[in-house]
Write a protein of this length. Structure first.
Length: 181
């Protein structure tokens, strides 16, 4: 199946509206599992930051024990589940509406899990530190030029930067395997 290329776009104020719309839908669909409101994460959550035009959402749940049921209800709502996610032991990962024209990514992670905390801390660090955000933007632009169709290589290329930013924020990032390239 074709996948959407990697393109870095100017910040778009509509990204916040796109998050709001899906936050409300995800809140309804996952109401029985959510323990906190869904969060807008990633670069589209940072005002002024150039980003891939795909809104990232974190849905904090109490447990992933009923993962099959969550996958089913989110799939009915139009989310496409990634069953081969190398981080599937700690999250459920989805996109919408389709790989070749993504508008949203959704990560369902247990509330308080180190991975969920890292996503929020990194977002907040970018929001607070314009120099960090500028360096991250340059890195993403370079990686997009070098890997215009290789989504996993693009993501893997950001890992050291993210880990360093998290260390500077007082969090030791968990060592994770690179996504398959």
């Amino acid at each position: 199946m074709a996948d959407m290329g990697i393109e870095i776009a100017d910040h778009d104020s509509r990204w916040a509206e796109m998050f709001d719309e899906q936050r409300d839908r995800v809140s309804q669909v996952l109401a029985r599992w959510l323990v906190a409101p869904p969060e807008h994460i990633g670069s589209t959550a940072v005002s002024g930051l150039r980003a891939k035009p795909v809104v990232d959402i974190l849905a904090p749940v109490g447990s992933l024990v009923e993962r099959d049921v969550m996958v089913k209800v989110l799939s009915v709502d139009g989310w496409l589940y990634w069953p081969d996610d190398p981080k599937a032991d700690s999250r459920l990962w989805f996109l919408r509406p389709r790989p070749e024209k993504r508008t949203h990514h959704l990560q369902v992670i247990e509330h308080g899990h180190p991975q969920a905390r890292a996503l929020l801390v990194f977002r907040d660090a970018l929001r607070r530190d314009s120099a960090l955000a500028a360096r991250y933007e340059l890195l993403k632009e370079r990686l997009a030029r070098e890997n215009p169709t290789e989504r996993n290589a693009y993501t893997n290329g950001k890992a050291l930067f993210v880990a360093e930013a998290l260390r500077n924020a007082g969090i030791e990032a968990a060592v994770t395997k690179d996504l398959p390239e």
